[in-house]
Design a protein around this ligand. Structure first.
Ligand SMILES: *Cc1c(COP(=O)(O)O)cnc(C)c1O
Length: 423
């Protein structure tokens, strides 16, 4: 039997947030995607003007990736600033109604700024500083990545511009104010559907004209290489910590890891450390909106087809002419017509399965976890919660089911109130 490096007691190999510099098992898992390809997916489909910027970024990241000092620094700020490691929590009362399964929550809701997004923003912030960039641009939908980016820029003393669709600015006014308080400039985007995908387009446009001075801090595990690799690496702290915590607290690995999928960053970060553990089922939960048949959803892996969006080849919600379709979800963070290429690969290779949960079920999941555990999940995370609550029979009796609770739900309380009466 090979010794699991995350369970050894040597000081350096034990550190859960520093998987890259372990020469054994951990390292081989991480090599997937280093060349920018996840099977047939990934790559860098970008306009010529940003080729030099993306080349630069790729070189800088691949170099930082080999540098122990970089991971040590990230590990340090993760602990002192972002509250890592976040706990794994046995949801006993929630589990009681679900027959013979035990549900544990990985508490990313307890990370600084209230979601997993800070893991990625810190990693990229340190990389930007290492590259000597003073100006950060970012895009945001729900505002969560914008807040994380603005937070990290405030901490590191970097200038921050956040692109956001005007539709989202209206829906997420509190997060706009937060970003401004943190010193960021929020630039409204009034084109297209005036949501996340248009904000990403605008951020790429900015990058094209300010290639020398600017670092583009992308918010999910999508975009051209090296973003899907880099964001996964930064978010995999979720899975590495959870893996060790499950071994410590329950003496075995979880039987399933369940996570919501928007662009796919919290899910890939939760899945990746378990990819080589054949006994661990990996289940991604997408936004079923008003139902897949209605067309008003954001279930890209369930209903999409192969295409290119925002620089990467993956599954995309598009019509027969390749036009990107409008999406709908109760949760702004899942409301995106693309998905990270590694998920497309995990789906087609059969290693992970993807399901969808509709708006109303997600609200029920939100209320169930709130009332049984005193934990309000983000509406995004509530999709993963609802899948487990609604389908306990899909897990073998005695299963330990790990849900990645990607964020806290305070931000959603207003939006979910209209549903309270109907439940
Ligand atoms: C942004 C966000 C998501 C969706 O993004 P992924 O990249 O798929 O993780 C999910 N949960 C929360 C709380 C978010 O803020």
């Amino acid at each position: 039997m090979t010794q699991d490096p995350v369970t050894t007691s040597h000081s350096e190999t034990f550190r859960p947030n520093a998987p890259f510099w372990h020469p054994g098992l951990i390292r081989t898992i991480h090599e997937q995607g280093v060349d920018g390809h996840f099977g047939d997916f990934g790559g860098a489909f970008i306009p010529e003007v940003i080729v030099p910027a993306v080349d630069d970024l790729r070189r800088a990241y691949l170099e930082a990736r080999e540098d122990l000092a970089f991971w040590r620094e990230l590990d340090g700020v993760g602990r002192s600033f972002a509250g890592r490691p976040t706990p794994v929590y046995l949801a006993e009362r929630f589990s009681q109604g679900l027959g013979d399964i035990q549900v544990v929550l990985k508490r990313e809701d307890l990370a600084h700024t209230g979601a997993h997004k800070i893991n990625n923003a810190l990693g990229q912030g340190l990389l930007a500083r290492r590259m000597g960039r003073q100006r950060i641009i970012a895009e945001t939908g729900a505002g969560q990545h914008g807040v994380a980016a603005a937070t990290v820029c405030a901490k590191l003393g970097l200038e921050c511009v956040v692109y956001m669709g005007t539709e989202d600015i209206e829906r997420q006014a509190l997060n706009v104010y937060r970003m401004q308080l943190l010193g960021a400039e929020v630039r409204p985007v009034d084109s297209g559907t005036r949501t996340l995908k248009d904000a990403i387009n605008e951020a790429f446009r900015d990058w094209c004209t300010n290639v020398e001075s600017t670092y583009y801090m992308l918010g999910s595990a999508t975009g051209p290489h090296p973003y899907p690799l880099m964001v996964r690496d930064f978010q995999s702290v979720i899975g590495w910590e959870a893996r060790r915590q499950c071994l410590e607290q329950f003496s075995h690995l979880p039987d399933a890891v369940v996570a919501c999928v928007g662009g796919g960053s919290n899910a890939i970060g939760g899945f990746m450390p378990f990819v080589e553990d054949a006994g661990v089922a990996l289940i991604g939960v997408e936004a079923g909106g008003s139902g897949i048949a209605s067309g008003a959803h954001a279930a890209t892996l369930s209903a999409g087809s192969i295409g290119i969006l925002h620089g990467t080849r993956s599954l995309v919600l598009q019509n027969a002419d390749g036009q990107i379709l409008g999406t709908h979800s109760i949760s702004a963070g899942l409301d995106y017509p693309g998905v990270g290429p590694e998920h497309a690969f995990l789906k087609t290779s059969g290693r992970a399965q993807y399901v969808s949960i509709e708006d109303e079920a997600a609200i029920r999941g939100f209320r169930l976890l709130s009332s049984t555990e005193g934990i309000m999940p983000a509406l995004e995370s509530a999709h993963a919660v609802a899948y487990v609550a609604d389908n306990p029979q899909r897990f073998a009796p005695g299963s330990l089911v790990l849900i990645i609770l990607s964020g806290r739900g305070d931000k959603d309380v207003n939006r979910s109130l209209p549903f309270a009466e109907t439940l």
